[in-house]
Structures are given as structure tokens and as C-alpha cells.
Design a protein around this ligand. Structure first.
Ligand code: PLP
Length: 430
């Protein structure tokens, strides 16, 4: 496969953009391959600047559940752009999208639009702190909530339960307000709650973890979090930036029947344009300025292009049989891949729910971050590179999800499985 043009562009990019990328994982550092520069995309396919075609299972990291350049989304964006790109004033599509989100997610009475998932989670914890008049938050090791300072925290070692910064530039003071628990481990949450009585403002969780690979909540886990939050008067925040409108129209909260106090959204609600949102009960949301004292603002928030793309995407997702179709495609490909791995004698852990999933290169189970990090990432790197060279574009890290879209045809899936079978046999022979 020819990659000369991508390589040249990457070298050029690196002199003016740190690492040549505007988001680190795009550098393909974890898999050793040359990152591709994309020339265009349509449906299930993307093309790079060297003219190679790929079947895409990244979907811009989750937003493109309808596939690339869906004609109705494109039409909606063109109609919007012809009326101006931004007003810095109100427009009706903001109300339409807010109404749609509130209708689909019954726990949300009111919603505030922002420009990214990162902004949504940052704003949600500010609001939770103001509402509870407490400072500390609990997050889980391996859950990602964007790059806000409070979330770039890892578990402290040994005796300490206080978080420590996982990036230079995050202060110890901020890290001390973030407590780290372990996914699917209720006792780790209870310990923190007991050690920091009346100090916890909120617990934030990905109801299905999608940023340490895919890790599912064990039965009862999310319900127990709800119970602990109620018992100790702190807010439960579901970060549904990935799972919202992906697991079901109503997100993970309707899928698992657990009600969060606040929900953060992103990715799919922008239909591929930059959007985030957070919402909850009227009582909590009306603490936001200009009604209440909690400040949060945005020059481009509620942007008409982004919201038109998001609204059209949600309308298309409301059509009959969308989720059964996605589920069918996903189980077809994930089962087929699992079978290929098995036949080749490569041990993997298959974690999947609805149209998101991943294979960890390890034996046993993956129920938390510690399990996930025991994967053979060198083997994953070779696997990723071989799939890429054969025209299948997977997320360039063991710790990311594979996403199905409505644009993946039976033919795409069969071709992927055929390539995958060959790659598995090749991996084994090495
Ligand atoms: C992607 C993601 C974010 C951050 O969203 P951005 O739009 O990249 O800032 C937050 N939470 C989760 C669960 C995500 O997957």
C-alpha cells in the first residue's frame, strides 16, 4: 500500500503542529503505523491522500452513526450555512434540538449546549459543586471525560486515595479534589465515600466505558452507584458522550434503567460537527446563569450549523428499526471476528454492547482498567497495521472502541471478515 503522500504531509505537519496532530491519538503512536491523511469520506468508506480506500470503523470516534456525509445531514448543513454561519444570538434550531433531547432522555428537563464533550463535563462538575456546595468528585480509573484538569487524574499509589495529576500542568490542588475508584468495584466507591464524608459533590461515570477499550457495567453496578449517590446526597453524572443515542435513543440510562442527575452529551448530537451538551432537572439546571449564579458561556455555543446536523441526525435515528439494524450488523461482525480469532488460536476477550465493541488481546475477562492494561499491545499494533494495509480502518489503539454505523452494508461486513480472517492467520504464523 502506497503511503508516500501521507508520510510527506505528516512530516510537514510536524513542523507547525505539535506532533503533527490536533488530537494525540491521531498520531498512531500506539500502533507504529503511518497516520493517514484523509482526502474524503462517504458512507462506510474513507479515502486517504494516496488514493487508498478503507472501510471505516472509527466514525470520527463515534459521532458518525449514520456514516460519513449522510445526504440528509449534508442537505441540512447546506441549508443552514446559506443563512449564515453564526449569529451570537438565539435561533429556533436551538430550541428544536433541546426539545428533542428532552423528549428522548426523560431525565433531562433542560439542556445547555456547548462545543465539545470536554466542555460538557467541565461545566457539569462545576454545576454539581455549586448545587451540593461540596468540592470533591469521584471518577473511575480508565474512564475518559475529556481533557479538563479535574479529569486528567490517575489513581494514587498504595495508601493514598487522593488522585495525582496524570499530566504536567494539572496542579496538586486540583488533583486532590478528584478521587479515583475502580470500575465495577462498588467497594472502592464505598471506601471513598466513607473516607470523605459530606465532601463529595458528584460521581461521574461512563455507563459503558468506551475509552479503555469497551468495558461493560456488571449487572447492578450502575444501580448501586445510584443508591450510594442517594444515600450520601451527591449527584450521579452519566457521561453519555459516546453512549448517548448509540446504545439506544435514550442512551445508556434508558438501556440500563438507571436515572442520573446530570447527563453529558457530545459526539452523535453534533452529527460530525463540534457539539457538546449537558442536562438534568430544572431545579439543577436553573442554577446556571442567567437564571442562577453558576457561570458558563460560549461564543459559538448553539451554533446553527452544528445543531442542524445534530437535529437531522437525531430525527433519522428516530426512524423505525434503526437500533435493531445496528445491533444486527454489530453482532454479525463481532461474532464473525471472534470466530476468526478462535480459529487462528489467538486468545482475545470480546466486549461489546449494541453497536460498540472491542477485542482485547488477552485471556480471561476485562471488567476494569487494570484488566484492560494487561492486553498484549504489541500484538494489537501488528493486528492494526495489517488490517489497515488491507483496507480496514480500526481505531489506532487497543483502548478504543470499534463503532458500527447504519452505512455499513452486508458487503462491507463480509469483506471486513474476509480480510480479518486472513490477518488472524498471518498474525499467528509470525
Ligand atoms: C470523547 C469523549 C469526551 C470528550 O469529548 P470531546 O468532544 O472530545 O471533548 C468526554 N467523555 C467521553 C465519554 C468521551 O468519549
Amino acid at each position: 500500500m502506497k503511503t508516500d503522500t501521507s508520510r510527506l504531509l505528516f512530516e510537514r505537519a510536524k513542523t507547525r503542529i505539535p506532533g503533527g496532530v490536533n488530537s494525540p491519538v491521531r498520531a498512531f503512536k500506539a500502533v507504529g503505523a503511518a497516520p493517514r491523511f484523509i482526502a474524503g469520506a462517504n458512507g462506510s468508506r474513507i479515502w486517504d491522500v494516496d488514493g487508498n480506500e478503507y472501510i471505516d470503523y472509527v466514525g470520527s470516534w463515534g459521532p458518525l452513526i449514520l456514516g460519513h456525509a449522510h445526504p440528509e445531514v449534508v442537505t441540512a448543513v447546506i441549508a443552514a450555512v446559506e443563512k449564515g454561519t453564526s449569529y451570537g444570538a438565539n435561533c429556533e434550531v436551538e430550541i428544536q434540538l433541546a426539545e428533542k433531547i428532552c423528549q428522548l432522555m426523560p431525565e433531562i428537563d433542560m439542556v445547555r449546549m456547548v462545543n465539545s464533550g470536554t466542555e460538557a463535563t467541565m461545566s457539569a462538575i462545576r454545576l454539581a459543586r455549586a448545587y451540593t456546595k461540596r468540592d470533591k468528585i469521584i471518577k473511575f480509573a480508565g474512564c475518559y471525560h475529556g481533557h479538563g484538569d479535574s479529569f486528567l487524574i490517575q489513581a494514587g499509589s498504595g495508601a493514598t486515595t487522593l488522585g495525582i495529576p496524570s499530566s504536567p500542568g494539572v496542579t496538586e490542588a486540583i488533583a486532590g479534589d478528584t478521587l479515583i475508584a475502580h470500575y465495577n468495584d462498588i467497594d472502592s466507591v464505598k471506601n471513598l465515600v466513607e473516607n470523605f464524608p459530606q465532601q463529595i459533590a458528584a460521581l461521574i461515570v461512563e455507563p459503558v466505558a468506551g475509552n479503555m477499550g469497551v468495558v461493560l457495567p456488571e449487572p447492578g453496578f450502575l444501580g448501586s452507584l445510584r443508591q450510594i449517590a442517594d444515600d450520601h446526597n451527591f449527584l450521579l453524572i452519566f457521561d453519555e458522550v459516546i453512549t448517548g443515542f448509540r446504545l439506544a435513543l435514550g442512551g445508556a440510562q434508558t438501556y440500563y434503567h438507571v436515572k442520573p442527575d446530570l447527563t453529558t452529551l457530545g459526539k452523535i448530537i453534533g452529527g460530525g460537527l463540534p457539539v457538546g451538551a449537558y442536562g438534568g432537572s430544572t431545579e439543577i439546571m436553573e442554577m446556571l446563569a442567567p437564571v442562577g449564579p453558576v457561570y458558563q458561556a460560549g461564543t459559538l455555543s448553539g451554533n446553527p450549523l452544528a445543531l442542524s446536523a445534530g437535529l437531522k441526525t437525531l430525527e433519522l435515528l428516530e426512524q423505525k428499526d434503526v437500533y435493531p439494524k445496528l445491533r444486527e450488523k454489530a453482532s454479525y461482525i463481532f461474532n464473525g471476528m471472534a470466530e476468526n480469532f478462535k480459529r487462528a488460536g489467538i486468545p482475545v476477550v470480546a466486549n461489546a454492547v449494541e453497536s460498540m465493541g472491542c477485542f482485547f488481546f488477552k485471556q480471561g475477562l476485562v471488567t476494569n482498567y487494570d484488566d484492560a492494561t494487561k492486553s498484549d499491545i504489541k500484538l494489537f499494533g501488528r493486528y492494526h497495521q495489517l488490517m489497515l494495509e488491507h483496507g480496514v480502518y480500526l481505531a489506532p489503539s487497543q483502548f478504543e472502541a470499534t463503532f458500527l454505523s447504519l452505512a455499513h452494508s452486508k458487503e462491507d461486513l463480509d469483506r471486513t471478515l474476509e480480510v480479518h480472517g486472513r490477518v488472524c492467520r498471518g498474525l499467528k504464523q509470525k
